[in-house]
Design a protein around this ligand. Structure first.
Ligand code: 3PG
Ligand code: MG
Length: 418
């Protein structure tokens, strides 16, 4: 990697300010916030253990949710300090604010190998504004800067970007953490020089969310498989009927252009030839937003590429999953981002599950490298208990997408060159 990494640093006795992505899903249970999924915490442990071993005084900073400059109690990182302590097997101290006298005193009195977690940086609106004064306040806690927050590296915020500029200006070092390094290796280097065939599986709701990724991957992939609601916009582009399926009519021309580009680049581009469909029916029940709950009734397999007027596509059909699985089985490199259907509903999870199984088989039996680009596909794999059977699962959502689009991530760009 062209950037300095934590392995290159001498940190003995130094205050190392580590930006992590501890933006973990939480839920209130009996008046307390409980962490639902600790993956993002677990994935930072190698970096933290290495720093502890090297005698660093570790100061951790993170955001949780989007409190927009208010001290929203449900978005406090305090429960994360306790959980991290359990996982690291040592005490993790906590500072009620990420800047100021208390944070500075706690950071300054850390002994080598001790760990301090700072409260949510987004309790200050100056964080997202990347305010230089706030960045200076953060930098007062640090001799060295490490960014292991790949999931937040697409944000040019004070704790991901501003602080690094200040530390570099002082002659201090700014390095990538081990998780950051792994993310960049798998989503970057491995996909830039993939073993072939390179098969990309894309799903999710919107073409507009993924079009830049599709465009970038059309330059690299041998085959692109499209599922999820996004596929219905592609169906429209091909002149097919989509019934009541979720579509983006204003993205039809963009979808057409992608199909043209695929043809020109000789990239095999497959969209579903059959679907699971259901009839959406308005009920008397109201959802949280006060809108009528729509129930999906009478699910069935629709073996035609056209979807009847009264029905909505909710998953890829059995013929499509079989075809997708065959293609995946032949792959040497696989990138998967986005579910094939509404997998949260068990009736519509089959297509996503079959794709997950095919990805795992290709990895385990054929030695394919499988890279999961974060977000819902990671959720789906974990739900199927297959998360440890793929080569790499990204901890990023938006960051993975932006990186796959080919964007320069501000949190990476700010680090010191080797
Ligand atoms: C995420 O969960 O995607 C990252 O932590 C970034 O969070 P954000 O989208 O609120 O910036
Ligand atoms: Mg996000």
């Amino acid at each position: 990697m062209a950037k300095l990494t934590v392995k290159d640093l001498d940190v003995q006795g130094k205050r190392v300010f580590v930006r992590v992505d501890f933006n973990v899903p939480m839920e209130e249970k009996d008046g307390q916030m409980v962490i639902n999924d600790t993956t993002r915490i677990k994935e930072t442990l190698p970096t933290l253990r290495l720093l502890i071993e090297k005698g660093a005084r570790v100061i951790l900073a993170a955001h949780l949710g989007r409190p927009k400059g208010t001290r929203e109690p449900s978005m406090s990182l305090r429960p994360v300090a306790d959980k991290l302590g359990e996982m690291l097997g040592c005490k993790v101290q906590f500072a009620n604010d990420c800047i100021g006298k208390d944070a500075e005193e706690k950071a300054n009195s850390l002994k080598p190998g001790e760990v301090l977690l700072l409260e949510n940086v987004r309790y200050h609106d100056k964080e997202e504004l990347n305010c230089p004064i706030f960045s200076e306040d953060l930098a007062r806690l640090a001799d060295v800067y490490v960014n292991d927050a790949f999931g937040a590296a697409h944000r040019a915020h004070a704790s991901t970007e501003g602080i690094a500029q200040i530390i570099k200006k002082r002659g201090g070092k700014c390095a990538a953490g081990l998780l950051m390094e792994r993310e960049l290796k798998f989503l970057g280097d491995e996909l830039n020089a993939p073993a072939r065939p390179f098969v990309v599986i894309l799903g999710g709701a919107k073409v507009s969310d993924k079009i830049k990724v599709i465009d970038a991957l059309l330059e690299k992939a041998d085959t692109i498989l499209i599922g999820g609601a996004m596929a219905y916009t592609f169906k429209l582009a091909l002149g097919l009927k989509v019934g009541k399926s979720l579509v983006e009519p204003d993205m039809v021309d963009v979808a057409k252009a992608a199909l043209e580009k695929a043809k020109a680049k000789k990239v095999q581009f497959l969209i579903p030839t059959d679907n699971i469909v259901a009839t959406p029916v308005k009920t008397d029940k109201l959802n949280k937003k006060g809108k009528p709950v729509i129930e999906m009734q009478n699910p069935r397999t629709n073996s035609d590429a056209n979807i009847p007027d009264a029905e909505e596509g909710v998953d890829i059909g059995p013929e499509t999953s079989k075809r997708f699985a065959e293609v995946i089985q032949g792959a040497k490199t696989i990138l998967w981002n986005g579910p094939m259907g509404i997998f949260e509903d068990p009736r519509f999870a089959e297509g996503t599950f079959k794709v997950a199984t095919a990805v795992v088989d290709a990895t385990q039996k054929n030695g394919a490298k499988s890279i999961i680009g974060g977000g819902d596909s990671v959720k789906a794999l974990n739900k199927a208990k297959l998360g440890d059977k793929v080569t790499f699962m990204s901890t990023g959502g938006g960051a993975s997408l932006e990186f796959l689009e080919g964007a320069v991530l501000p949190g990476v760009a700010a680090l010191s060159d080797k």
